[in-house]
Design a binder for this molecule. Sequence first.
Ligand SMILES: C[S@@+](CC[C@H](N)C(=O)[O-])C[C@H]1O[C@@H](n2cnc3c(N)ncnc32)[C@H](O)[C@@H]1O
Length: 229
Amino acid sequence: MPRHENLTYWTEGLACCDAEWEAAYNRFETPEEEKAKFLRRLKGLGVADLPRHLRVADLFSGRGGNLAALEALGFEDVSGVDLSPELLGRYRGRAKLYVGDCRDLRFADGSMDLVIVQGGLHHLPELPADLSKCLAEMVRILAPGGIVLFVEPCDTPFLRFVHACCHVKLLHRAWLKLDALAEMIEREKATYFNWLSHKREIRALAREAFDPVVDRSAMGKWYFVGRKK
Ligand SMILES: C[S@@+](CC[C@H](N)C(=O)[O-])C[C@H]1O[C@@H](n2cnc3c(N)ncnc32)[C@H](O)[C@@H]1O
């Protein structure tokens, strides 16, 4: 596998998702659609009101939709981490990129002010152990008063409706986005449904690690903003 020049490798050869999952993820939304979605969420959760000099770690960065949204908001010091060099290699922008495992970050203690995950924690294979590892790493790298922000899937009536639609093959032909989503869910189903079934435990762990500022679910998503205790 050729190395990407703009990436710093903390690990190599680890992957969570197969090539078919990555292909479905790449066709689910265009990078522009994804950036606009992440930007809306960041603004909705108050990130646009934060000082732009904050040191930001974006975890589970994928192809960098959230990195692009942070850049659009004017954040100057942004680092992205993902296991997949192929996905990180698609990002074009100023953020520093690290190929690594978010359960084992190599950032120094207290070196970040804001940690963001927009869709990544639900890929963790072992719950609650892997989530505890990630949360402990976030606490470690955050400076006093640091902030975390998560947006992850959540079992709500809307999500159940979407899952039901995923089973209607006719809809896949009319709505290619649903086809891509169904493919992603099928290929990540072990971790995805495990995540959805641990809703209460996950929230409890997040609240134990951070003082909650926002903790709500709506339209199939869990939104959490917390401060380092
Ligand atoms: C849905 S994508 C994330 C989308 C992304 N947040 C964005 O802004 O576009 C989930 C990503 O999590 C990554 N991933 C899964 N487990 C990981 C781990 N333990 N450490 C780092 N990245 C991981 C996958 O490689 C995948 O790119």
